[in-house]
Design a protein around this ligand. Structure first.
Ligand code: GDP
Ligand code: IMO
Ligand code: MG
Length: 425
């Protein structure tokens, strides 16, 4: 039995898609366990760049079976678009992509409620991706959600949709002064998904546990990142699921005892998209330079990402709550031209110096990062594939991170493409 969880160790967009694609040859199954189309996982190979939102990033390896687990909230409109996009690239999905019948569906009213909810929050808005993720999880836990399996029974679907729309339309009208949504149009649209989605719908709990029993290797692909976890992240500026390693078991129905490894993916610096505290955030020209060099624009929404230095205090938190045993450090090449590179090694809170990550935003808003400044290497590392070929100072930077966290850096990424990666000795 062996499953490995791969998670984002920061606020998302660490390069999980690239690393999952890179590691896929070593796995038989790649499974997503939470989130939905708020994710944007970029995979680059053979001169091609593809952004995946709901389909696991192992899909480009024909031997890999890909699973969308019960913990994911599925947007069928976006999913079918993604399937079509893959088929147009010659990637077969039928017989390779399996969707849990228990996964909840994103409905048009979830997206609308996401939008109006954000508007109503004003300055306090989370800065969501607008994909309806929060409202879909709300319905799941309120026990009024509509699941994939409901698509396959028209009567059930119609009944649940009508009940939901009645309530949501009331909410939209009374609380947000919005026009009600057309029940019949939505029924028609969603009823049409049954045939399209049918070939993919499976009891994925059985599939995954059978695979484990047969000794197959599973890679469990987290979306978002540890600091966006609804409990352990910077609440309320978080997503509505558990991207942390613990979420993999409940999001897939596999036992904790099956998990043998946890890989954390972190950028060599930090980015965040959306609102909320970000202690090492840069401003002005410095922030812009890092954004430009790292091409830091959201893969899902195109929003400019906020940029800042590497924050070892928050990474230590991520290491602890996920049990990260190995790190993939990405985008090292983005730091190539810097004279000096500050790394945050503690927070100052008033008189106190701490390495404990405060998860209440009031405290986090007022921490002052304590930096250790490392010398830059001022030499290109773009595309380097051999650890020995890295400039000495680049190696020292990586060693500093791994020594401080006491976690080995196993992979260093030096460019977006699959092969632009170093497997560390
Ligand atoms: P994910 O959500 O964690 O999969 O990450 P995203 O795909 O949203 O964002 C990562 C971005 O960085 C993508 O555009 C990748 O192509 C790119 N990328 C990944 N690794 C590297 C790297 O080592 N160097 C550079 N320059 N770009 C990278
Ligand atoms: P990947 O998987 C970065 C952020 C949003 C917002 C907060 C809540 O590509 O790393 P949501 O739409 O989930 O309700 O938004 O979470 N967010 C992400 N940030 N990468 C992501 O996914 C994200 N998914 C959500 O910007 O701050
Ligand atoms: Mg992303």
């Amino acid at each position: 039995m062996s499953a490995t969880v791969l998670i984002g160790a920061q606020w998302g967009d660490e390069g999980k898609g690239k690393i999952v694609d890179l590691l896929s040859p070593q796995f038989d199954v790649v499974a997503r366990y939470q989130g939905g189309a708020n994710a944007g996982h970029t995979v680059c190979f053979g001169g091609r760049t593809v952004v995946l939102h709901q389909i696991p990033s192992g899909i480009f390896h024909p031997h890999v079976r890909c699973v969308i687990g019960n913990g994911v909230v599925i947007d069928p409109v976006a999913l079918l678009e993604e399937i079509r996009m893959l088929e147009s690239l010659g990637v077969r999905t039928v017989g390779r992509l399996f969707i849990s019948h228990m996964a909840h569906l994103i409905m048009p009213y979830h997206k609308l409620l996401d939008e109006v909810g954000e508007e109503a929050r004003g300055a306090e808005r989370v800065g969501t991706t607008g994909r309806g993720i929060g409202p879909a999880y709300v319905d799941k836990f309120a026990r009024v959600g509509i699941r994939v399996v409901d698509l396959l029974d028209r009567q059930v679907l119609c009944r649940k949709l009508r009940a939901n729309l009645e309530a949501k339309n009331e909410l939209l009208r009374r609380l947000y002064s919005r026009e009600p949504l057309d029940v019949e149009a939505i029924i028609e649209q969603y009823v049409a998904f049954d045939q399209m989605i049918d070939p993919y719908v499976t009891n994925t709990v059985e599939l995954l546990n059978d695979a484990l029993e047969q000794g197959q290797r599973l890679l469990l692909e987290g979306a978002q990142g540890a600091l966006l976890d609804v409990d352990f992240g910077t609440y309320p500026f978080v997503t509505a699921s558990h991207p942390t390693a613990g979420g993999a078991c409940t999001g897939l129905g596999i036992p904790p005892t099956a998990i043998r490894g946890v890989i954390g993916v972190a950028k060599a610096y930090t980015t965040r998209v959306g609102n909320g505290p970000f202690p090492t955030e840069l401003s002005g020209e410095e922030a812009e330079q890092l954004r430009l060099r790292g091409k830091e624009y959201g893969a899902t929404t195109g929003r400019p990402r906020r940029t800042g230095w590497l924050d070892l205090v928050s990474l230590r938190h991520a290491v602890r709550i996920n049990g990260i045993q190995e790190l993939a450090l990405t985008k090292l090449d983005v730091l190539d031209s810097l004279e000096e590179i500050p790394v945050c090694v503690a927070y100052r809170i008033g008189e106190k110096i701490t390495t404990v990550f405060p998860t209440d935003v009031q405290t986090l808003e007022r921490v002052e990062p304590v930096y250790e400044v490392l010398p830059g290497w001022k030499q290109s590392t773009a595309g380097v594939t051999d650890y020995g070929a890295l400039p000495e100072r680049a190696r020292a930077y990586v060693a500093f991170v791994s020594d401080w966290l006491r976690v080995p850096v196993r992979w260093i990424s030096t460019g977006p493409a699959r092969e632009q990666t170093i497997l560390c000795p």
